[in-house]
Design a protein around this ligand. Structure first.
Ligand code: ADP
Ligand code: MG
Length: 475
């Protein structure tokens, strides 16, 4: 796909993010990919059916509008589930290249897109109603580093525990941003737990929990429900942030309590801590927070390097000629900082390039390939809280001064500077910025932005101050 399409797509994503806000964006759109632009139709894909139906019913118009703002000729947005896209690509003779290379990469290097195609099963796990497991996501392929040591140890402990052992922490709640290894760790736990065979481990995505498990429970009697739970030693739920709806929550709460009370282990992953699961009610939240809550931080450079190294080793098993020189690995580990999925994408690029052209992987090639892959991604996200904190410190006022309605000069100017920075360094809309600055109107924010823009042209001291603030916030 032309890189200009990807550029367009990243601008559309920027618009979407600005429209719906960071939280909604990362819940629903972070894993949406551009598949193709054909005439007046844009084809996008998401990894699950659930995401697809949710986006279609809640955000279809918004997505189309954002595209049209960028590209007026677009009339339709088509949404597909990723595995289905891949399957059609494979049988469609029109695009043999795409099919070959995506499929090839997927099978060998672990392209996240193709998980549904490579379904393994741990002792009838799916027959039990579990979600599909990816055979590559095991403890063997999970690299331990500073940011995930505790989560890894806790997961290992879950595997090692025997039936009837006192449960050390319940639930085990792991949270981290997108692509930092939650699913990998949870599936590794499931594979390993079922291999030991002591306790049956059931892995469910929140989607599966909602549409499979819960509805199955509803058709059963209370007794049958208890009976069904008896068979489960460890219940693993991935992406809990997607759990929606009052009655589902009630069932979830019921299940959680029943399992915990019966001494069964519950393991949960989510993209945020329990306190931030806004749609859950207090009782569920406190139950979730009552076990062990572990955050996995971003992958440090060293960990990124180790992950890359192990991926290259894995790829070489199938592509003996594939060699990535150390300086290239170092370079990717340094520059591709976002998350595990981007690392995987970067390596897939190198492998594809190497396979398709026969050229060896060099630093120069990597620079070209990786730049193309990561440049259109979102820039470093600056948070409004950080802007407020840094500005308050610089001008020696408090953050609550900035948010207050006080109009003394020593507060008004810093407040304007902070709003100006919020507008220029984030994708937040004017009304949203107004809300974050003590509930001000968007016209007030606009006024502040214009004011500072006007001043920096003539006032060197202020221009310098703003430069310093920007630098503090951006690196
Ligand atoms: P999440 O579920 O947190 O969004 P995933 O578990 O899907 O993230 O990880 C994204 C990609 O990064 C996967 O390919 C995964 O294998 C890889 N990855 C993340 N953390 C690690 C790690 N510690 N070791 C090896 N691979 C990792
Ligand atoms: Mg995941």
């Amino acid at each position: 796909m032309a890189s200009t399409d990807q550029d367009r797509w990243s601008r559309v994503k920027g618009r979407l993010r600005a429209e719906v806000g960071d939280d909604v964006y990362s819940s629903w759109f972070a894993r949406m990919d551009l598949e193709a632009i054909e005439d007046d139709t844009v084809r996008l894909s998401v990894p699950t059916r659930f995401l697809k139906s949710w986006i279609q019913s809640h955000y279809a118009e918004k997505v189309l509008a954002c595209w049209q703002a960028e590209e007026p000729k677009i009339l339709r947005v088509e949404l597909t589930v990723r595995s289905a896209v891949l399957r059609t690509a494979v049988v469609k003779p029109k695009a043999p290249d795409l099919a070959d290379h995506r499929d090839g990469n997927a099978a060998r290097l672990g392209n996240g897109d193709s998980r549904n195609m490579l379904i393994g099963d741990a002792g009838g796990h799916e027959a039990l109603g579990g979600s599909p497991l990816d055979p590559r996501l095991t403890f063997e392929s999970f690299v331990v580093g500073r940011s995930n040591t505790l989560a890894h140890a806790a997961a290992k402990q879950v595997v090692a525990a025997k039936r009837g052992d006192p449960v050390m922490f319940n639930p085990l709640y792991i949270h981290a941003g997108v692509g930092l290894g939650k699913t990998h760790l949870l599936q590794a736990t499931t594979w390993a737990g079922n291999a030991v065979g002591e306790r049956k481990v059931l892995y469910l995505t929140a989607e599966k929990f909602m549409y499979g498990f819960v509805s199955a429970l509803r058709t059963q009697t209370a007794l049958a429900f208890k009976e069904a739970l008896r068979g489960i030693g460890v219940l693993v739920i991935d992406d809990l942030q997607f759990l929606q709806g009052k009655s589902t929550q009630a069932e979830f709460c019921h299940t959680l309590n029943a399992l915990i009370d019966a001494g069964r282990q519950v393991v949960i992953a989510s993209d945020r801590p329990p306190s931030d699961l806004e749609s859950l009610d207090d009782r569920v939240r406190s139950r979730l927070a009552g076990g062990l809550v572990v955050e996995m931080g971003s992958l440090g450079e060293e960990l990124r390097f180790e992950i890359l190294k192990s991926r290259v080793m894995a790829a070489r098993a199938h592509h003996p000629g594939f060699d990535v020189p150390l300086p290239v690995l170092t370079y990717i580990a340094k520059t591709v900082t976002h998350n595990g999925r981007d690392l995987e994408g970067a390596l897939n690029r190198l492998l594809a390039h190497n396979k398709l052209t026969g050229h060896p992987v060099t630093l120069e090639m990597a620079e070209r390939e990786v730049r193309d892959l990561i440049r259109p991604q979102e820039p470093k996200r600056v948070k409004i809280e950080d802007i407020q904190r840094v500005v308050a410190r610089q001008y020696n006022v408090s953050r609550s001064d900035l948010l207050s309605s006080r109009r003394t000069a020593n507060v008004v100017r810093p407040r304007q500077v902070a709003m100006y920075l919020a507008k220029t360094l984030t994708l937040r809309s004017l009304p949203e910025i107004g809300r974050r600055f003590g509930g001000r109107d968007h016209t007030t924010v606009l006024h502040a932005v214009r004011k500072i823009e006007g001043l920096v042209g003539n006032d060197n001291v202020l221009a310098e101050e703003i430069e310093i603030l920007k630098r503090q916030l951006q690196d």
